[in-house]
Design a protein around this ligand. Structure first.
Ligand code: 3UK
Length: 524
């Protein structure tokens, strides 16, 4: 067995990870703990109780067998619109162990988004939670000429029912470190989401470089992520990181809110808490009238969007804790530039995580001088191999192992990386992508709207939200009444977080000579 297992030489800097020739990542994250005698330790914790590593392995095997019993074969994709629950683990790892490719999908999307992803991925199976049932079913119904196999994850006639009847013995399907393992969909400002294909090795790389290297995670830790498992951020925080070191993950399907996070922290006592800036801001407000016991937390992490220095300082004053801001991406899988427990600076993304390389380029593709901003490119062993069915985008974004993050950065005089915004018009709202084009398209659908432009605007907490500038149709008057109707219209067809927080009615929009809206001129 020993030669089949991954080994890490921690004496080297960055640690050197040695993959056996035959490597399926499910062996290291599921089976290894049972084989090494940690089967009785708790892997998952929540309202549903606690699940140890023995039970985890047993269920992973059952789910893997249930998938194979459905007739799926090597390399088949399984889309997962699954809320945070133990079955997410069973399905994800059962698929990988059986040689199938799981694709976790944002559970907050709408049927048109799901329809695109189902068709684009050419998936063989869709598994969804009850909460996503309506949107997923209407997406499946809209697909013509092909019936895609689909199951609820739990309940009557669900995958869970099939799994309970399946064998709990499953041989791991041989794979290799470089082979396709799982995908995540990443958003673009124009165009459609892109299937980002990750290899087996990418998961352990993020665990060794960031979870162990920066956070110093050990098997004694209890991880709690407010970001859900379908984000690369949550997938690492609440699943792959704890499963790598044999630690415990807390799961909750409830939407993150200050009350939800505080009650989980008090009940389950995590040692590491992973949040996003908007939630830290909301928690700070809630701390004005509540006094939860946060004493179990050793480390607070923030990612998904830039953490304003002010939120860092207020959190520190109120709780006595620092927040480690770090930037990660779906393509790089997790955080590659970060603050460190012994080196924290408010308002900067931090230093390179050992194992990754960075370069900042000007428009000509030349490396800029220190202090000058440019496009941030990253190289490292967790970078996605390619975008599914998108060779053009792949060759533009990933070059010789280097990937263009799409972010503008400079390195300050002390060598810290400072975030200056995106190179495109995309914005992050509560850590989730939001395309101005998509909101504009929705607004323009409304008969009272002639033209619309949506830009990012910082609210009172210095957090980004969409703001709309609208030219009304002839004979229509702009104002609060219309704003209210447009708000309802947006909420009707877009994911919950994608609606303008401010409406401005204007006579003109700034345009280039070629008629492109100059969004940067609308930002203030
Ligand atoms: C932005 C940040 C400034 C930045 C992610 C941690 O967010 C994650 O992945 P996504 O693919 O988005 C990537 C983009 O989001 N961003 C993320 N973190 C920060 N900007 N400061 C930050 N700390 O534009 C980046 O290119 O959704 C975060 C771990 C894994 C992830 N996938």
């Amino acid at each position: 067995m020993a030669d089949d297992n991954i080994s890490v030489d921690y004496n080297q800097m960055p640690p050197k990870i040695i993959f056996p020739e035959n490597f399926n990542v499910a062996s290291s994250f599921i089976d290894r703990h049972v084989e090494e005698g940690r089967g009785d330790r708790i892997a998952i914790l929540g309202e549903f109780g606690s699940i140890n590593y023995n039970t985890l392995q047993e269920n992973v095997n059952k789910y893997g067998n249930a998938l194979l019993d459905l007739g799926l074969s090597s390399g088949d994709r399984i889309l997962m619109m699954v809320k945070d629950c133990p079955d997410f683990f069973y399905l994800f790892w059962g698929a990988i162990k059986a040689g199938l490719v799981p694709v976790p999908i944002n559970t907050l999307l709408r049927s048109a988004d799901y329809q695109f992803m189902i068709e684009d991925s050419g998936c063989s199976l869709v598994i969804y939670s009850q909460e996503s049932c309506k949107e997923v079913r209407s997406a499946l119904e809209a697909i013509e000429g092909k019936t895609i196999l689909s199951y609820l994850i739990e309940g009557e006639e669900s995958l869970d029912v099939l799994a309970r009847k399946a064998s709990d013995h499953l041989e791991v399907v041989p794979a290799s470190a470089e082979e396709d393992c799982f995908w995540l969909y990443s958003s673009g400002s124009t165009g459609r989401p892109k299937g980002t294909v990750h290899s087996h090795k990418d998961i352990p790389v993020t665990c060794v470089y960031y979870a162990e290297g920066v956070l110093g995670l050990t098997k004694e830790d209890i991880c709690f992520s407010a970001a859900k498992l379908f984000f690369a951020y949550g997938l690492g925080n609440a699943m792959t990181f704890p499963l790598w070191v044999g630690a415990t993950a807390i799961l909750s399907a409830a939407p993150p809110s200050p009350e939800m996070t505080f009650s989980i922290i008090e009940e389950f006592k995590p040692s590491i808490y992973f949040g996003v800036p908007t939630l830290y801001a909301a928690q700070l407000q809630a701390l004005n009238y509540s006094d939860p016991d946060l004493a179990s937390i050793k480390i607070c992490v923030s990612a998904g969007e830039a953490l304003p220095g002010d939120i860092f300082r207020r959190w520190n004053k109120k709780t006595g804790m620092v927040i480690l801001d770090g930037i990660g991406s779906t393509e790089i899988l997790h955080i590659f530039i970060s603050n460190f427990p012994d080196d924290v600076k408010p308002g900067v993304s931090g230093r390179l995580v050992p194992g990754y390389q960075a370069k900042i380029l000007d428009e000509k593709g030349e490396i800029v001088d220190q202090g000058v901003s440019g496009a941030l490119w990253i190289k490292g062993d967790s970078v996605a191999k390619y975008y599914w069915k998108n060779p053009e985008k792949t060759s533009k974004t990933i070059k010789n192992g280097w990937i263009n993050t799409g972010d503008t950065y400079y390195q300050n005089e002390s060598g810290y990386f400072v975030y200056c915004g995106r190179n495109d018009d995309m914005m992050k709202v509560g850590g989730i992508w939001c395309s101005p084009f998509e909101i504009e398209a929705k607004l323009i659908e409304h008969p009272d709207v002639l033209e619309a432009a949506v830009v990012a605007r910082a609210d009172g907490d210095q957090l980004i939200k969409p703001e709309a500038f609208i030219i009304v149709a002839e004979g229509v008057t702009g104002g609060d009444e219309l704003a209210k109707r447009l708000l309802e219209h947006c909420k009707g067809g877009l994911a919950r977080y994608k609606y303008p927080r401010w409406f401005n009615f204007v006579d003109q929009l700034p345009k280039t000579a070629t008629g492109k809206i100059q969004r940067f001129r609308l930002r203030n």
